[in-house]
Design a binder for this molecule. Sequence first.
Ligand code: GLN
Ligand code: ZN
Length: 768
Amino acid sequence: MQTHILGYPRIGSNRELKKACEQYWAGKTSLTELLETGKTISQQNWKLQQEAKVDLIPCNDFSYYDQVLDMTLTVGAIPDRYQEIAVNGSYSELDLYFAMARGHQKDGLDITAMEMTKWFDTNYHYIVPEFQKNQQFRLFSNKIIEDFINAKATGVNAKPVIIGLITYLLLGKEKENGFDKLDLIENLLPVYIEILTELENHGAEYIQFDEPFLALDLNDKAKEAYELVYSEIRKQFPNLKFIVATYFEGLNDNLSLATSLPIDVLHIDLARSPEQLDEVLSVIPDTLSLSLGIVDGRNIWKNDFEKSLQFIKRAANKIGSERIFIAPSCSLLHSPFDLDSENNEDILSPEIKQWLAFAKQKVHEIVLLKKLASGNPDYPTLQLLAENKKALENRKTSTLIHNQEVKNRIVITTDEDAQRKNPFRVRKEIQQKELQLPLFPTTTIGSFPQTKEVRGWRAKFKKGELTAEHYDHLLKKETERTIRWQEEIGIDVLVHGEFERNDMVEYFGEQLAGFAFTQNGWVQSYGSRCVKPPVIYGDVHRPHPMTVYWSQYAQSLTHKWVKGMLTGPVTILQWSFVRDDQPRSLTCKQIALAIRDEVNDLEKAGIRIIQIDEPAIREGLPLRKSEWQNYLQWAVEAFRISASGVEDSTQIHTHMCYSEFNDIIKNIADMDADVITIECSRSQMELLNAFADFKYPNEIGPGVYDIHSPRVPSKEEMLELLKKAQAVIPAQQLWVNPDCGLKTRHWDETEKALKAMVEASKEASLTF
Ligand code: GLN
Ligand code: ZN
């Protein structure tokens, strides 16, 4: 029996990588310093796994921004617009890489970033590869090989983790008509062969290909492609040992395809799909070993050793323990770093802490499971098994978890609670009279720059270095300044700026019952952005209003409308670590009722426009289509429950980013928000077509500029996008806004961009 890790978090135990990247981008540190940080993190990760006695330790799981972009650079799929940077000797390979990730507006160049989208059903985002019809590939970056060599220097004969060829192609986007990305196999395979040749020459034994698409719905062409690619690779490398990793779903109808590939080890996700174990065991050929993804890489609960040991035993009885690998369900990229750094009992109580395991703890769990399963465990090992049992027992019976009032309220919630008083048609008229907004009303998505100062105040306040009054005063000043500035440049619907919030989910979780927090439980979201998901451990309710104070304050400063700003139930669910002892749908409904209370209280406090952000609705979609309807039904219902307690005159907005809407547009319309704002600019308004084709009846604000890039768009550019929008959506339905909140931007970028945006809106209404 062997243990292996599919991937380890790479941000560093104190988010060192985030800090190093941001310093480098700001021109404050050198490339050497950044590379040094990267190397140190990798080495620490390797050592940690080495000391834990993991058998196969991954390399190339480290990345400066994103593992898919790494692969794009490795195989030289560099879009033409970066050519000038690629050939310019004053830019390093990493500069080119960051330009692709973030856009580049410097030295007289002005190049947009590549598109970014969610990594399957996680909150991690990857950079979407762009393919042309005659896309050529070549070995451009040596990162994979260098990483392997570096691991070796640390004393680890690592297992390179490489995005499988089919998955890589399927993750990409065809930028031209007239071809299918899978047609590119022929061009791409030689580069994979070249990489493998190098790795073999350097002494690699095991290679892990990540092929999560094998656990998704595949068409016949993709299925054939899998057979073709892996038999070709096998032919060329009879001696390398290939692990194909599937995760986030069960193999289902791809079972026979996956088990018949000429590979050495197949990894399956038993956290997401435990029922697939018996199916796999019944068909697995003698030549194939099985990697049991048994420790949940997507959640923070301690593994249930007794249950896992049963799985291992079942597999061992059938195929023999020497053909078994024990692993996390997926890469630990989606887990926070280390529970040991949670030592503030006021933040995370010891009772809850004993239920949890982060990446480092999961590594130890995996090693321990192997020990326990290998027979004759020693006394300390048995001791750990007993401790595990005790912690799990405590969690099952803890009084922290259950609240009868919450359970009762769920029972009496009816369909009517998910229904506005009147249909949109009627509401629209009332709202028009009430709100008196112009054509192409301008607004923003909520947050304004979270400057160093703002974050500094919060940090000081938390450390007790700033009194509550002083902190409050500073935030009020910042809010007022933001209100005044929005008034000044002529935005129609203002926001308060969200300066009091650390994060759109954490802020709410901190005030809701049933949520726990960590000090350092950061998980990478995209590039240098990390999030610290709360832990939903018990029944959720809202003990007191959460946002009324700030919204009311902001509204008191101005005669313009200030939009109340909330995070929706599905997004709170989706971006938290969720309890695994009841269905997600039930947890979501509990959150929905809590948000409903807040919406109603905002209305009572005189807030007439309330936005309930649901950027995560789409990412919550099950990966298998057969399960979509069930999810969409409860997710949309949760949103409606949260939004439907108000009068017709109160305008409900929602916001979504990084979504494609084609296949869920009916459900989006079912949400029945009066206004929806969406991310749209990176796709050049393409995403709007779904709304146009559906004849989406409510109002809609397609984002006219990309806030994920420091690049400032011109008025002309935004006007162009607005014209595109107007060509497919009636002007009376359109709003003008950025793609998303501005919290990651600097003020100077924000000021220029928003001024131009307001001008674009004015010009659009003049020429209308
Ligand atoms: N209101 C949030 C903000 O402006 C929305 C963020 C999001 O959609 N991710 O920051
Ligand atoms: Zn957004």
